[in-house]
Design a protein around this ligand. Structure first.
Ligand SMILES: [Fe+2]
Length: 237
């Protein structure tokens, strides 16, 4: 299993507050059987330049590496960012450096306001630049966008759709989540973990539900896709 979306990197966004919490979060995931974790702190192009964000991210990673020295984490760590969409994001200087390091896959958070044709045009231009967006928790945009055609347009443009594991905690969201995995719209899972309590590092419940309802092969498919994306990525720890 892998976790493609986390806020485990310490002291950089509203996720883990310090390196000790981060290590505990990583250990929780590895105890579940997660072997690859991507660190994806929030990036807002309206607030930060790419350079200043990457400098802050490198410092946070240094703190984590230092604290993790000699600790058996049980999982490989990779680094990227969760990039909040904005119109003309493709024109933000160096935005492609936000991709998971060593890959062309970029975790993209879509707007939580109404989407327009310009929204999809920007996504189209991003994919035309050779970047493959991984759409962060795509299920969260459905109540906002309402028009499912706009959601389905994203995989047609080449995006890979990631769902949050929390959907598998309650009956109706779980039923919907399974439908999206069954039809092949949802293809990756993430915990989107921010801390140890309210938004915890848990992803296994989702993989287990998929295996139970859709078959072991489906679970393998989700893991294999994440692993293949990370096959070319730079391991940071
Ligand atoms: Fe997130």
């Amino acid at each position: 299993m892998n976790d493609m979306h986390t806020h485990i990197l310490p002291g950089i966004d509203d996720g883990s507050k310090d390196a000790e919490t981060s290590i505990e979060m990583i250990k929780r995931l590895s105890a579940e059987g997660v072997r690859k974790i991507v660190l994806t702190p929030h990036f807002y192009a309206s607030r930060n330049s790419v350079d200043s964000f990457l400098a802050k991210r490198a410092a946070a990673l240094d703190r984590l590496c230092e604290a993790a020295e000699g600790v058996e984490l049980g999982a490989e760590l990779y680094i990227g960012a969760e990039v909040l969409f904005m119109d003309s994001l493709d024109r933000v200087e160096g935005f492609e450096r936000m991709a998971i390091e060593g890959t062309k896959y970029l975790l993209l958070e879509m707007p939580f306001t109404a989407w327009t044709s310009r929204t999809l045009e920007t996504v189209y231009r991003i994919t035309s630049n050779g970047i493959t967006p991984i759409i962060a928790h795509f299920e969260r945009y459905i109540p906002i966008v309402k028009d499912m055609n706009m959601i389905y347009e994203l995989p047609r443009l080449g995006c890979v759709m990631q769902m949050n594991a929390e959907n598998f905690r309650s009956f109706f969201p779980k039923r919907k989540a399974l439908k999206f995995f069954a039809e092949g719209t949802a293809r990756l899972l993430g915990s989107d973990a921010h801390n140890l309590t309210s938004r915890p590092p848990e992803v296994k419940l989702a993989y287990d539900a998929v295996a139970e309802k859709l078959g072991e092969e489906k679970r393998r498919e989700i893991t294999a896709l994440g692993d293949s994306i990370l096959a070319g990525a730079t391991r940071v720890i």
